[in-house]
Design a protein around this ligand. Structure first.
Ligand code: IPM
Ligand code: MN
Length: 326
C-alpha cells in the first residue's frame, strides 16, 4: 500500500536532509506518494505566504507530513516558527511531541513526551503601556485538564509497551504551584489505570543534571511544552548531538495527519555545504513509517542508524551508507 505524504523540505539544510530520508525510505522498500509543499522563510520572502488555512485543509487528506527545517536569518525571528510550525501543531491538533534519545553506543535509550499544544506556547499574555517606562508584559501558561490528561495518558500507554515500563513526570511543582499541581494530580490519577508502570517525579532543573550525569535512569519522560522544548535540545546534545535527534508531532487519535521532523533547525551557517547529518531526518522518517504501520521497515531503518560510524561524513555519504545497509 502506498502512503500519501506531504513533504516540506523548508529552508537551509532541510533541502539536504529530506532527500536522504526519502532515499532511505525507498531503500527500505516502502512506496510513498509524495506531494511537495514549498513553504518556509524563502517562500515567505518571495510572495509573503507562510501557511494558509486552505493548505492545512488540503493536508487533512494526507497520511502524514515530513518536514525538514524552517527559518532563514532574513525573516523576522519567530514569524515562520509561529506561522508555520506552531500553526501546524495547533491546527492539526498534534498534541504529542515524541522525541526518542538513544546514545550512539547504546548506553541510554529514553523517550521524551512533550505536550505540544498548550503551556506557554498557547500565546496567552500581552502588553500594557508598551514602550513606556511603566510597561508590563505578561506571558501565561495554559494547562487544561483535557490537554494535560491526554498527554499523560499517551505517555503511560507508551511506557506500558516498553520493557522497563517506567515513566517520569518532569515539572517544577515547587514553584509553578498551579500548573504543576494540575500536572501532578493528573499524573497520579492516571497512574492508577496503569498499575504495571512504575513512576517517578523530577524537577526540571534536576532533570538537566540527570540528563548529563545519569540518563540511564530514564525510560519515558512526560513534561509540558516549554520544559520539553528545552530538555529535548539537551537530550540531543547528550545522545550523539542534535544531528541525531528525531521527532514526531503526533495526533494519536488519527483525526489528522501527524508531522515528523528532525529536532534541529535550518542551520543557515552550514546550509548548502553538504555537511548536515541526515540521521535526524532519516530517524524522523522511520518514526513516520512506524506510525503508518510499516513497523518492519521502520525497525530496519532504526537498526541501520545506530552506531557512531554515522557521526561523520557528508550528508549524502551518510544517507548512502544507511541506504546500503538496508
Ligand atoms: C522545536 C523548536 C520549536 C519549538 C521552535 C522553532 C518554535 O525549537 O521544535 O523544538 O520551540 O517548539
Ligand atoms: Mn526546540
Amino acid at each position: 500500500m502506498s502512503h500519501r505524504i506531504g513533504v516540506i523540505p523548508g529552508d537551509g539544510i532541510g533541502h539536504e536532509v529530506i532527500p536522504e530520508a526519502l532515499k532511505v525510505i525507498r531503500a527500505a522498500g516502502v512506496e510513498l506518494d509524495c506531494v511537495d509543499y514549498d513553504l518556509g522563510g524563502a517562500r515567505y520572502l518571495r510572495d509573503g505566504v507562510v501557511l494558509t488555512d486552505e493548505t492545512v485543509d488540503e493536508w487533512r487528506g494526507l497520511d502524514a507530513l515530513l518536514l525538514g527545517a524552517v527559518g532563514t536569518p532574513d525573516v523576522p525571528p519567530g514569524l515562520i516558527e509561529r506561522g508555520l510550525l506552531l500553526k501546524m501543531r495547533f491546527d492539526l491538533d498534534l498534541y504529542i511531541n515524541q522525541r526518542p534519545f538513544i546514545a550512539p553506543d547504546g548506553s541510554h535509550n529514553f523517550i521524551v513526551i512533550r505536550e505540544n499544544t498548550e503551556g506557554t506556547y498557547a500565546g496567552e499574555g500581552g502588553f500594557l503601556r508598551k514602550g513606556t517606562p511603566f510597561e508590563i508584559a505578561t506571558q501565561g501558561s495554559v494547562n487544561t485538564r483535557h490537554g494535560v490528561e491526554r498527554c499523560i495518558r499517551y505517555a503511560f500507554g507508551l511506557a506500558q509497551g516498553r520493557e522497563r515500563k517506567h515513566l517520569t513526570l518532569v515539572h517544577k511543582t515547587n514553584v509553578l504551584t498551579f500548573a504543576g499541581d494540575l500536572w501532578e494530580r493528573t499524573f497520579n490519577e492516571v497512574a492508577l489505570d496503569f498499575p504495571d508502570v512504575s513512576t517517578a517525579y523530577n524537577h526540571v532543573d534536576a532533570a538537566c543534571i540527570y540528563f548529563v550525569e545519569n540518563p540511564q535512569r530514564y525510560d519515558v519522560i512526560v513534561t509540558d511544552n516549554l520544559f520539553g522544548d528545552i530538555l529535548t535540545d539537551l537530550g540531543g546534545a547528550v545522545s550523539g548531538g542534535i544531528g541525531f535527534a528525531s521527532s514526531g508531532n503526533l495526533n494519536p487519535d488519527r483525526t489528522s495527519p501527524s508531522m515528523f521532523e528532525p529536532v534541529h533547525g535550518s542551520a543557515p551557517d552550514i546550509a548548502g555545504q553538504g555537511r548536515a547529518n541526515p540521521i535526524a531526518a532519516i530517524l524522523s522518517a522511520a518514526m513516520m513509517l512506524d506510525f503508518l504501520g510499516e513497523t518492519d521497515a521502520a525497525a530496519r531503518i532504526q537498526a541501520a542508524c545506530s552506531d557512531s560510524e554515522l557521526l561523520t561524513g557528508s550528508t549524502s555519504e551518510i544517507g548512502d551508507l544507511v541506504a546500503a545497509r538496508l
